[in-house]
Design a protein around this ligand. Structure first.
Ligand code: MTE
Ligand code: MO
Length: 392
């Protein structure tokens, strides 16, 4: 791999990343003082040290911190459109209203906890995960936070199926859309919100979550209650949820007309949206290595994660010659139905600058494409990512 190309692959990390690569030190973006958490004013509550801090947008996970299938909460990415909220559960309630709801329902936290919950393992990923690759891999930068590969995590989620709450509210047969609204006051519409179709809302896997990885849902992840819409872009999994509006019409909000919309020549507009609304995620894989990685000459066991909204991962292939030849990685199971897969392979590192990429295939036969057509806001990039590795 050429030195120029190698340096280009680092450039979204800013001058510091390129500099570090030149001097051979490992890149580590330290959280700046202005983003250190202080209760009430910081964008989040958790310790930002293990993360790449992306301004006030959130904390990008370092996949290299992860070694198992479940992402511990301290390593789980945070994406906020305003700031993490500190909700007093005594004053909190969940309302279910709309013209498809015959009589408004209002539930307290205890009412929610008293309902039958289920637990499932699922990955959660931001629509903008891998966004930096539009620039680094395809040479056309997209707008927005330049996420690398860490706006994703995999957890166990415990919650009440949304379907059970909608049924308890007696929603009418002609219900079409469900709007989920958070409590963020600073976000553009005062309450970050997204609309999902009634069939996705009634899917038994769509949950109103109150526990994450066996513990009470943390504030950064939406305490007291968040939606979890498995397989759909992260922005549908509304945190600090307090209102649900069920309508017999399609509903529109900023997050399905201009935000979370794929805008570009390849994406014809739908309804009131400027392009194609981002709904389900796409199949992806990434290495659990620092960006760039630095390895010694010799054999290394390299790991990573792959996930698809369409079913379990069937195979992951890797290439260290820009895709001319591919080799099978081993899947480390067992993979949960909605969770991600860990894969590993042995790589014999020779001295020099390399890029190693992976390509996942799911049980439905979907695989990562050679090219994702550009969209202005940089959603759903899922080409194989050439991960820069310097071997010394
Ligand atoms: N209320 C509210 N919910 C929200 C958001 C938000 O800003 N406010 N961000 C969304 C986005 S864009 C993503 S990717 C996920 C991130 O979930 P996490 O922070 O728990 O990892 O939450 C979603 N839910
Ligand atoms: Mo997101």
């Amino acid at each position: 791999m050429s030195r120029r190309r190698f340096l280009w692959l680092l450039s979204a990390g800013g001058a510091s990343a390129v500099l570090a690569a030149c001097t051979g030190t490992r890149v580590r973006v330290e959280p700046s003082a202005s983003t250190a958490p202080t209760v009430g004013t910081a964008p989040w509550y958790k310790d930002p040290a293990p993360f790449i801090v992306r301004g006030a947008s959130g904390l990008e996970a370092r996949l290299e911190n992860m070694h198992e299938l479940i992402t511990p909460e301290r390593f789980f990415f945070v994406r906020n459109n305003s700031v993490s909220l500190d909700i007093d559960v005594d004053g909190w309630s969940l309302s279910i209203t709309g013209n498809a709801v015959p009589s408004e329902l209002e539930l307290s936290y205890d009412d929610v906890l008293a309902k039958q919950s289920r637990t499932l393992e699922a990955y959660l990923e931001c629509a903008g995960n891998h966004r930096a690759m539009f620039d680094l891999v395809n040479g056309q930068a997209a707008e927005g936070t330049q996420w690398g590969t860490g706006a994703v995590g995999n957890a166990t989620w415990t919650g009440v199926p949304l379907a059970d709450v909608l049924s308890a509210a007696g929603i009418s047969d002609d219900a079409v859309s469900v709007m989920l609204i958070g409590m963020d006051i600073d976000s553009p519409e005062s309450g970050f919100r997204r609309v999902i179709p009634i069939n996705k809302a009634m899917d038994p896997d769509t949950l109103l979550v109150h526990r994450m990885n066996g513990a009470t849902l943390p504030r950064d992840h939406g305490y007291p209650l968040r939606a979890l819409v498995p397989g759909w872009v992260g922005s549908t999994s509304i945190k600090w949820l307090s209102r649900i509006v069920v309508s017999t019409d399609q509903q529109w909000a900023r997050n399905n007309t201009s935000s979370y919309v794929l805008i570009g020549d390849a994406y014809p507009p739908e309804g009131q949206a400027e392009g194609r609304v981002a709904t389900t995620q796409t199949i992806k894989s990434a290495l659990a290595l620092p960006w760039p990685a630095e390895l010694d000459v010799g054999e290394h066991r390299i790991g990573g994660y792959a996930h698809s909204p369409a079913g379990r991962i069937a195979a992951v292939a890797w290439s260290d010659d820009s895709g001319q030849s591919w080799h099978e990685a081993q899947l480390v199971g067992p993979q949960a139905r909605l969770g991600w897969a860990r894969f590993e392979f042995t790589w014999a590192a020779s001295s020099g600058l390399h890029s190693v990429m992976t390509r996942a295939t799911d049980v439905a036969g979907n695989t990562q494409p050679d090219l994702v057509p550009y969209n202005r806001k940089g959603y759903l990039f899922n080409q194989p990512v050439p991960h820069p590795i310097s071997v010394v």
